[in-house]
Write a protein that binds this ligand. Structure first.
Ligand SMILES: [Zn+2]
Length: 80
């Protein structure tokens, strides 16, 4: 029997990991970037709330890709 948490993770309703990213514009402000099992990232900043690409997701996406972790395309293309 799986726990409800595992169920949520498998259905990408709950992030596998959460990362703290320092805001560039506001000192001391931390944005939470969440990594989901389908490779998508979400961020709690204003852009992220609208599912738009943002610096925080880009940063985490690049870090994950360096580790060989799959992330959905569209975020990393920001850097090009
Ligand atoms: Zn963001």
């Amino acid at each position: 029997m799986k726990s409800s948490k595992e169920f949520l993770m498998e259905n990408n309703l709950l992030p596998l990991k959460t990362y703290d990213v320092q805001s560039r514009s506001e000192k001391g402000l931390i944005h939470k970037v969440e990594y989901f099992g389908d490779g998508s990232l979400s961020c709690d900043c204003i852009a992220g709330c609208f599912k738009a690409p943002c610096y925080h997701k880009k940063l985490i996406s690049e870090a994950l890709q360096k580790q060989g972790v799959y992330t959905k395309s569209g975020i990393s293309s920001l850097s090009k």
